[in-house]
Ligand binder design. Structure first.
Ligand code: PAF
Length: 282
């Protein structure tokens, strides 16, 4: 498995693989890899002969008071881990490679509506940062397939929309959320939790699952379910950003007849901003 930093080295390898007729899958990451990322890489492997994992902590998707500086950078450990699994190449670009004209001159790709609410509301500019860096990675790697985690539901929906809307010839695949035994969705930010917070954190998934069961049994008082769930989490010590029931397809507010729903939550526990969701098909 190769580790490359420049577009030239990357292109050399990609050209060779394409000549052999191989398809390329890209798994974009910010590193600090955990079992959730590994499952995305395995999914990528099922969908293409060659798997490229990119590692780039993208500054433009972090707000001014967010954890860009603190974000765990564990390149050596990540590389060691990737050598033991089915990745073919790790692309670790510099900021100049990703933003060749500097951040001031950087083109922004913005997906309206889908990114305006939920995390988009509390993290202004975040999704513009995500879709713009993913568009850049797509331009550099030109993958046939790209894989994203379902845990970042709004993110994968925005990227899927961007690819469709811009006619990018890339198949977007979503990988299921990987959870610890107690239900907590794996995330690099879980390591900001202290022991007490870690013990409370599974309540997020527990609450999502209860509401999911309620919806399956016919509950349709969405606003009440949202308020009750947010109150329950707040009483347990979470600073709840939102608890929302939305249309799975586009995150719009559903009506009673909608049969593809997603329940999403974002809440802070200590220094960790945690997000999770479940899709409910009635
Ligand atoms: O989900 C992430 O890790 C990031 O948002 C992504 C998709 C790698 C873009 O920086």
């Amino acid at each position: 498995m190769k580790v490359v930093n420049t577009k030239e080295e990357l292109n050399e390898q990609l050209t060779e693989w394409r000549h052999e007729g191989d398809h390329i899958a890209l798994v974009p990451t910010m590193g600090n890899l955990h079992a959730g990322h590994i499952s995305l890489i395995e999914l990528a492997r099922e969908n293409a002969e060659r798997v490229v994992v990119s590692i780039f902590v993208n500054p433009t998707q972090f707000g001014e008071d967010e954890d860009f500086e603190q974000y765990p950078r564990t390149l050596e450990k990540d590389t060691r881990r990737l050598k033991t699994i089915s990745a073919d190449l790790i692309f670790v670009p510099s900021i100049e490679t990703i933003y060749p004209f500097g951040l001031e001159y950087a083109t922004t790709v913005s997906v309206p509506r889908i990114t305006e609410n939920l995390c988009g509301k509390s993290r202004p500019g975040h999704f513009d940062g995500v879709t713009s860096v993913v568009a850049r990675l797509f331009g550099i790697v030109r993958p046939d397939v790209a894989v994203f985690g379902q845990k970042d539901y709004q993110q994968q929906l925005a990227i899927r929309h961007m690819a469709l809307d811009l006619n990018l010839p890339i198949k977007i695949i979503s990988g299921e959320t990987v959870r610890d035994d107690d239900g907590l969705a794996l995330s690099s930010r879980n390591q900001y939790l202290d022991d007490d917070e870690r013990a409370k954190a599974p309540l997020l998934y527990e609450t999502l699952s209860e509401v999911g069961d309620g919806l399956q049994s016919g509950a349709r008082n969405f606003a009440e379910l949202e308020t009750e769930s947010a109150d329950k989490l707040a009483a347990a010590g979470f600073a709840v950003d939102y608890f929302a029931i939305r249309r799975a397809q586009n995150l719009e507010i559903p009506n009673r007849d909608c049969d593809e729903l997603v329940i999403l939550v974002a809440a802070k526990l200590g220094n960790a901003r945690l997000i999770d969701n479940i899709v409910v098909t009635i």
